[in-house]
Design a protein around this ligand. Structure first.
Ligand SMILES: Cc1cc2nc3c(=O)[nH]c(=O)nc-3n(C[C@H](O)[C@H](O)[C@H](O)COP(=O)(O)O)c2cc1C
Length: 199
């Protein structure tokens, strides 16, 4: 299924095509594609080039590891994410290496790395569903997280699947139209709430 963005202005096809399905095909994600996803994340920019991201990953060819990562998601996400052949958890390092101070932009930078990964995935016809619905304490325990690291999100990754594989409750949401705020709602100039002339 495709759900291209209905844009106010033209954008790159890769960005318009990306969306967050919950239905995944059984097909595994090839190792070279996993490498390319992570390489894309690796080349994201970050504050002081500290690269404050860690990716915990599991593939369905290792069912114990896949189940273990799955159990770090809230139940409402587990029900559909279990079919995703590739699961990841993103983790942020909250302090700078270079001076030990708090890195206020660590989570921002994890988001940038995920942004790269998502675009790379789209170029390879993979789909990604990001999740805030994770169990941080379970992640800490399962993966022996060091102090100063914070679980941020999980990612369900795979090839797009058939709607019928989804539990009933998710089928309607899968087909719902995508919406966004207008640019006028969040682009301001001169003072808060005032749009630039070109809008
Ligand atoms: C940081 C983040 C957390 C999210 N958490 C969840 C989640 O826990 N469960 C879920 O089903 N979708 C989750 N989503 C998916 C969003 O609901 C989805 O991206 C949003 O509705 C926009 O739809 P689109 O990605 O198809 O454009 C999350 C997305 C992001 C970026």
């Amino acid at each position: 299924m495709e759900k291209p963005a209905d844009t106010q202005f033209p954008i790159h096809d890769l960005l318009a095509r990306r969306w967050s399905p919950r239905a995944f095909a059984e097909r595994s994600v090839e190792t070279e594609k996993i490498e390319r996803l992570l390489e894309a994340a690796r080349w994201a920019s970050s504050c002081f080039n500290e690269q404050p991201w860690v990716f915990l990953i599991a593939t369905n060819d290792q069912p114990a590891a896949h189940n273990s990562l799955l159990s770090c998601l809230v139940e409402g996400n587990q029900v559909w994410a279990k079919r995703a052949p590739l699961l990841m958890i993103t983790v942020a390092k909250l302090h700078f290496d270079h001076n030990g101070h708090t890195n206020r932009h660590a989570i921002h930078d994890v988001g940038l790395a995920v942004g790269n990964l998502v675009v790379q995935a789209t170029t390879m016809d993979l789909v990604i569903h990001q999740m805030a619905g994770i169990l941080p304490e379970q992640i800490r325990e399962s993966y022996s997280l060091l102090l100063g690291y914070e679980p941020v999100t999980a990612l369900a990754i795979g090839y797009p699947g058939d709607l019928t594989t989804l539990p009933e409750e998710f089928r309607e949401r899968e087909q719902a139209s995508r919406s966004r705020k207008t640019l006028q709602e969040f682009v301001f100039s001169k003072t808060w709430g005032q749009n630039p002339k070109f809008l």
